[in-house]
Ligand binder design. Sequence first.
Ligand code: KIV
Ligand code: ZN
Length: 520
Amino acid sequence: MNLSNNPNKRMITIFDTTLRDGEQSPGASMNLPEKLEVARALEELGVDVIEAGFPIVSQGDFESVREVARIIRKASVCGLARCVDADIDAAWDALRYAEHPRIHIFLATSAIHREHKLRMTQEQIIERAVAGVRRGRNYCEDIEFSPEDASRTEIDFLCKVVEAVIDAGATTVNIPDTVGYATPLEMQARIATLIDRVPNIDKAILSVHCHNDLGMAVSNSLAAVMAGAGQIECTINGLGERAGNSALEEVVMAMRTRGDVFKADTRIVSQRLVPTSRLVSQITGLKVPRNKAIVGQNAFAHEAGIHQDGVLKDRTTYEIMVPESVGFTKSDLVLGKHSGRAALADRAKQLGHELTTEQLTTVFTEFKKLADRKKEIYDADILALIEQQIHEKKAQTTVDSAWKYEGYSLICSDGQSPRISVTLSREGQKTTFESHKGGGPVAAVFSAVVSIVNLPLKLREFKVEAVTGGPDAQGEVVVLVEREENVTSVCRGHGISTDIIEATIMALLNAINRMIQVSP
Ligand code: KIV
Ligand code: ZN
């Protein structure tokens, strides 16, 4: 039996699919530099396999898989392919420069999919699956096969498929709960049956890929591990199609905290969980709920007096994990206007950001501006500043003709149309637009910005949230802007300021500059 399927000493392979299934979350699409940043963070986090995309789907997907394959050296890089020649060939073309390439081939096996989607018999499915795996094996040694909708596939047929693809050369066989229908006991029984009945199962690693439609993805993945699965497919923050996938941070910390039960661990550097979660949330614009297990802001916050008292006496009274072990920093030390560069650099480092001299200079300038407006500066403020500066900078350095914010004035009163004046600049040239149109202040800001940049834009989403507590808190604005021309493109933007109108203009410019980068 393969070591990973051995229940006595098991290191579970973590297969991260944030860049593929995670990117299928509505509104979570990422551009190439963002995907590369996430891929680097995943490697630093210690994941074993990075599924970087679905190369046949678009030129953009192809290029992202190819570029991730070029930069990642430690983790395996995987590309998804339907079980057809063109997909498998495209996946290999994208992966050929990877240090450790893996092709992931999938074909649906359940009766529902066979009859309604594929119109294929069981025999035809096995034939196609075997041919696909053999084609993949001609290119590389590491082939994963997924019988899509495996959790709703007749168990006898599933055993036959698994045996046939292992014979054909699959090195990992993944059992997807594609529609999130399974329960933990069913998943455990299914994996146990495969281990028991498939004669060549020791030649491959069994994996699970669970969706969260009924909120059971993490439990199903862990139940599969208890039955002997050797790989879990998961995503940061549980991103993914519909209700998402198993959350990486949850399965990892469950195994680490309850090793006594799961008798399994991973190679994940758990201290990187919070910084990676924040990065993915920042890039995708999908906020992590405060009460989210492991990485949510409240995951270690004790509110009840009895709990606080208990934790002060002995933290194990109410804490089953040490916050630092998942990357929360020890204290919420307050900085202020007298804090210097070194203190800021040190705090940034503790928060997981080693800033270059250039980055520190920019962030420090913004920090000083913020300190003039806000007395106490918390970790969340510093993180917001760092993320904002780094992302803003990226959008601007990649486009020479980026729009910059210069200033605004706004007069609002009850029942009156707001009077707004916005000034932006581009290549050193300032443009001001003044209007007093109907609608609220956000509508007025949007129409002024659109008039200056002169693009056919629609505001699809607008969210504002306070970064910390208190009336002088910074507001973080996230917008989703759509450009409707020959093709529709959608871009996200972030803006942070103690002034939420300023934050709104900055978020709009951030989205617009990204758009210009994609199609000037
Ligand atoms: O959910 C699913 O079945 C998938 C497969 C491609 C593994 O994402
Ligand atoms: Zn999936």
